[in-house]
Design a protein around this ligand. Structure first.
Ligand SMILES: [Zn+2]
Length: 371
């Protein structure tokens, strides 16, 4: 009996030693492995809905407003060790505040459009130009963009006069990221942006003779290798275009599906069609994993419209000898309200103060005009 007990003790001790040895070995391997979690946040199709307000009904509307999305942004940033924030375009036009700014107040010297003041305040890393940004003409857009402190991107609208991209086509952001062991690394993130070629029809009077649009997918195929060659570790596309697997056409308005097939693009922020991806409307899309939010294994997100959702892509990156590799990417969206309109998040008071002057001016105008 006694010897049996001793044997049992020896056996337990040996097992314990073996376990701790394998744990040490595993920990050493983990220490050698450099893994970085990078969170990419998206707002899209804000359409000048900065405040949770319905100017047509003249009442609070908790289903819209960047002041609400901003609280989701704050929370999503807090949860992540590394994050980036992008807007995917169509942010200047769509409500009386946007109309008031463009048609009545205008942009004067030293003044910053409240949309860009909001983006500056929230520290966006880069933003896309959407098709609706042309609705008030190139002169207004140019004046308004003076106030944007972050890179403003589009790669497929070209100047006719100079035959070069009219905007900055892409940027390589250098960011310090913290790996899973708390070690700092510099990551070079290529960011490129596109919009539908239909602008030439939709905004003919504003654009004809000044700019022309190149097909999205072909433009991407030209630029992605250049951005890689310039040293980007990963590439994110701000694709102001929707998602459809209809047979490919160069003039497709919804090019995301075909962008996922271009080697080198690691994550896609979609937009323009005001839909939600991942979401049930895409359950029949081929080669799509709605649980992970991937199309053709590439993470994609589309965050509705009017600030009603925040898009989130979580990338897991591994540093290898030949550079950074995306091991996995998943996407989701978070809503500011339930489907029935119950508010899920408080207004971001700091951002509200930033945009309040023009919000109140719009309210005064509506009252004066008797809208
Ligand atoms: Zn659009």
């Amino acid at each position: 009996m006694f010897s049996k007990l001793i044997w049992l003790n020896i056996l337990t001790l040996t097992l314990a030693l073996q376990t701790s040895a394998s744990q040490v070995f595993a920990a050493e391997t983990a220490l050698n492995e450099v893994l970085v979690d990078l969170r990419v946040l998206e707002t899209t199709d804000i359409h000048a809905d900065l405040v949770n307000y319905d100017y047509y009904q003249n009442r609070i509307n908790n289903r819209v407003g960047l002041v609400k999305t901003a609280s989701l942004i704050r929370k999503a940033r807090k949860e992540a060790s590394n994050s980036l924030l992008f807007d995917n375009g169509d942010h200047l036009k769509g409500n009386p505040l946007g109309e008031y700014l463009a048609r009545i107040k205008g942009i004067h010297k030293g003044m910053i459009h409240p949309v860009y003041r909001a983006f500056n305040y929230l520290n966006y890393d880069a933003i896309a130009i959407g098709n609706h940004e042309f609705n008030y003409g190139l002169k207004f857009l140019k004046a308004a963009l003076q106030g944007a402190e972050m890179p403003v991107l589009n790669a497929n609208v070209y100047s006719i006069k100079h035959n070069v991209p009219y905007f900055t086509p892409y940027v390589i952001l250098k960011r310090n990221v913290i790996d899973q062991n708390g070690v700092k690394h510099e990551l070079k993130i290529g960011v490129i942006s596109f919009m539908p070629v239909q602008i030439m029809r939709w905004d003919k009077s504003n654009l004809e003779g000044r700019v022309y649009a190149k097909p999205i997918v072909e433009t991407a195929k030209t630029f992605i290798p250049l951005i890689k060659a310039e040293g980007a570790d990963i590439i994110i596309a701000l694709a102001h275009t929707g998602i459809s697997s209809d047979p490919y056409r160069p003039d497709t308005e919804n090019a995301v599906y075909y962008l996922t097939k271009i080697p080198g693009i690691d994550a896609i922020l979609a937009g323009h069609s005001h839909s939600i991806f991942p979401g049930p409307s895409y359950q029949n899309l081929p080669h799509t994993n709605l649980k992970k939010g991937q199309i053709n294994r590439i993470p994609v997100v589309m965050a509705g419209a009017f600030g009603n959702r925040l898009g989130i892509i979580d990338l897991k990156l591994k540093k290898q000898k030949e550079g950074w590799k995306v091991l996995d990417g998943t996407s989701m969206t978070r809503a500011i309200a339930t489907e029935k309109g119950k508010s899920l998040v408080k207004r971001h008071e700091g951002l509200y103060e930033v945009v309040k002057p023009e919000h109140l001016e719009t309210l005064r105008l509506i009252k004066k005009l008797g809208w």
